[in-house]
Ligand binder design. Sequence first.
Ligand code: NAD
Ligand code: 3PG
Length: 528
Amino acid sequence: MFKVLVSDPISDMGIQQLHDAPDITVDKKTGLTEDELVAIIGDYDALLVRSQTKVTERIMQAGSKLKVVGRAGVGVDNIDLEAATKRGIVVINAPDGNTIATCELTFAMMMAIARQIPQAYKKTVGGEWDRKTFVGVELRNKTLGVVGMGRIGSEVAKRAKAFGMNVIGYDPFLSEERAEKMGVKLGSVNDIAAQADFITVHTPLTNETRGIIGKDQFAIMKKGVRIINCARGGIVDEKALIDAIDSGIVAGAAFDVFVEEPPAPDHPFLNNPKIIVTPHLGASTVEAQENVAIDVSEEVLHILRDEPFKNAVNMPPVPASVLNILQPYFNLGEKLGRIAGQMADGAVKEIHVSYSGELMDVDVSPLTRYIVKGVLTNHLAGEVNIVNAMHLAKNRDVNVVIQKSAAAQTFKNLVTVTLKTKNGDRTLSGTLLSGYGERIVQIDQYPVDISPEGTLLLVSHNDKPGIIGRVGTLLGNNDVNIASMQVGRKVVGGSAIMLLTIDKQASDEVLAELTKLPEIMNVKELAL
Ligand SMILES: NC(=O)c1ccc[n+]([C@@H]2O[C@H](COP(=O)([O-])OP(=O)(O)OC[C@H]3O[C@@H](n4cnc5c(N)ncnc54)[C@H](O)[C@@H]3O)[C@@H](O)[C@H]2O)c1
Ligand SMILES: O=C(O)[C@H](O)COP(=O)(O)O
């Protein structure tokens, strides 16, 4: 049974699938302090948050069972990603569910400052009938500058076009073709600053975007420009904005987000008649909250049940088309890693993985993570998973090298794992055979054909008559049943290997007796 803690207000309807799951129990405890969370998090396998809960290193350290932190929304700036990655905790978000809600709030903000709706409302309900002060501007034929043309920025641009606006977009990942398709002109931040009547920002808050609209940009803006920030506090420099309002450059601004949330009561935005504010409401629609909660719950279920998932923030994303190809190999890859890890003699310096055949044309890094996890599992057991595998390898100075070679020779696909230690290399190849599943087809250049199941015995010996019989007899006498056996040799009478699958583990004494048999050089039991 897995325990999930929901520590922020997340849609009950959205997390219904967690409530319904027979293997999950859900506790909802919102508004906890860090200390309170630290005290209880040790009981939980998953933590679900929005932006209020700060998921700190301390909390993750106390979360000894924690496998996943799910963010019901986009921004993960409230989660210590580095600490999560180090501990192998998967951080997932729900990047698509609140795009439209935030885009629509942005548009509502733009229209509200164009027509000063909140200010007019305040006066009217206060008993004044002021029709002179509130003469607004139209959006049609105005230029909107969009900094950050991702999901939300693109949707805002689309709606602006429908309102007859000209749109200039800036985003390092916006290609000319895509911009042209959307009817958006490409420009730099300074082009936007110089030409736009309205500027809206839709980037994450990073070192690069902090203050991207700042003093230098306000200095070149047109008089009467209007600014909107429904992304993250600090992307528009708060102090520079106030100065630009005071100097008459900015005619109006709308902010849903602040450097510090909630802002202090004396924050200069809160009593400025030209600035309208909302309390971080971008994602606060019934639809968005349901969407993000459904998405995040689905992923949490996958992760807890050890099923493939897609929206990990602390792992590179895997497109569905690539996942479809790679997924069948994940199990095989991990087993190859585990077997190779047990074959290696001494500290592993390098994990060399060669992919060929149909694996040539895809980004194989997700599969490499499974292989590296398998190799490291021998020494780190439960500490390693696919999130922290690469990190742990790097920390231990294990080099991971990937090679792709076109020919898989007789196989449609082939994965070869070589572990390099100061005592030499050990190599293992595996494939997926249509209709037969996973097969190990080569060990240290000896061709074999065996299904990697249960317990394996790898015996190195000289190819002499009678050896196979002696090994079989010794195991039989000790009640160890052989399920299958393969012998590989390069030349008749030369060195050879025997690979057996056995129904139960052989004791250390049996392994020692096997090693003493004539012509046998080495015996290794390999657990899967
Ligand atoms: N107010 C809210 O409640 C609310 C709701 C949802 C999202 N958000 C915030 O809105 C922002 C955008 O969300 P999204 O879903 O569109 O994200 P997204 O990842 O789809 O888009 C972000 C875009 O910013 C671009 N970008 C990154 N660095 C840049 C730079 N230096 N200059 C220009 N562009 C840059 C990226 O290339 C990307 O295209 C995020 O900060 C998110 O946290 C706020
Ligand atoms: O990044 C996000 O998704 C938004 O900022 C929404 O945050 P919230 O879930 O706390 O409303």
